[in-house]
Design a protein around this ligand. Structure first.
Ligand code: ASP
Length: 300
């Protein structure tokens, strides 16, 4: 059995004329570095869950993406970070409203490994992260000049926006390992100018993140609320299991349903056979895929 990996750095309008060559190079370098991290794990026989975790950590650390440092700002001018991981054996860890834990996906992993709970929210997230020895930072460390300017630009309108008009977005990964295990994960700052306490699809299991070894692993990106209403990630799995659809057909159908609910975006997904798909119906989606001897990175 061979391994497969896909990553995303967010879907959205991503106008071609809004990105200069340096921004494209920086984003592509981040996607390649994340693929490298995942491939290192998978290529040496490691698990899909480890590959997804390590790929997402790289993207959280790459400041141009909407996760970790450089994440979009909520209405109060600071970050509230969400992350989730699920493996194909149905182990789950999700966190929302993280404010001081440097790598929210590592905290999601702690929740998953601990196994007592599936989701932590609010102040309890960072408190538990400290207890588990995860690195803490001053909340101001997450805030970049570009994100402060972005909030100043759109905040006055009172609207809540997807982050990908001129910058990169939420990050996520899906993988199948050589043992046949699947995993999916996402990490995000959510939407620009979101209400304090708002939770999108990324940490909602079955909404933006889902994995099951019998069907597929899915990580979604885009306008979170319609993805939650559509139970998008879980529905792709259901369409494979119960309606016999291929991964590609199931993903396309669910994206159409999300569109009917007023949302746009994309998904990265891998099925039990290792097939990878990365459909999106927004202007672009930062993404990358890798399999033994193959690699592809793209925005449009
Ligand atoms: N889906 C994320 C959210 O709604 C945003 C994104 O994908 O960029 O929080």
């Amino acid at each position: 059995m061979s391994w497969s990996l896909a990553i995303h750095g967010g879907a959205g309008l991503v106008r071609r004329d809004s990105l200069g060559p340096d921004e494209i190079r920086t984003a592509e370098a981040g996607l390649n570095a994340a693929l490298d991290a995942g491939v290192r794990v998978l290529g040496s026989g490691g698990t899909a869950l480890d590959a997804v975790t390590e790929a997402i950590v790289v993207l959280e650390e790459w400041p141009c993406f909407n996760a970790g440092r450089g994440a979009v700002l909520a209405e109060h001018g600071g970050v509230e970070l969400d992350a989730a991981l699920m493996d194909g054996g149905r182990r789950v860890g999700a966190v929302t409203g993280v404010r001081s834990t440097r790598n929210p996906v590592r905290l999601a992993r702690e929740v998953l490994e601990d196994g007592h709970h599936v989701m932590l929210a609010g102040p309890g997230t960072d408190r538990w992260a400290r207890l588990r020895g995860l690195e803490q930072v001053d909340p101001a460390w997450f805030v970049t000049t570009a994100r402060s300017e972005q909030l100043a630009r759109v905040g006055g309108s009172g609207g809540v926006y997807l982050d990908h008009d001129d910058v990169t977005g939420t990050v996520g990964a899906v993988a199948r390992d050589v043992h046949g295990g699947l995993a999916a994960g996402n990490s995000t700052g959510g939407m620009v100018n979101k209400r304090q306490g708002r939770v999108g699809d990324s940490p909602v299991i079955g909404g933006g993140t889902f994995a099951w070894n019998r069907t597929c692993a899915v990580a979604a990106t885009g306008h979170g609320e319609p993805f939650v209403r559509a139970c998008a990630a879980h529905r792709i799995s259901d369409l494979i299991e119960l309606a016999g659809l291929s991964l590609a057909d199931a993903a396309d159908r669910v994206l159409a349903e999300v569109r009917e609910l007023g949302g746009t975006g994309g998904v990265i997904a891998v099925d039990a056979q290792g097939t990878l798909v990365t459909p999106f119906d927004s202007g672009g989606m930062y993404r990358g895929t890798a399999r033994p001897g193959e690699r592809h990175v793209a925005i449009w």
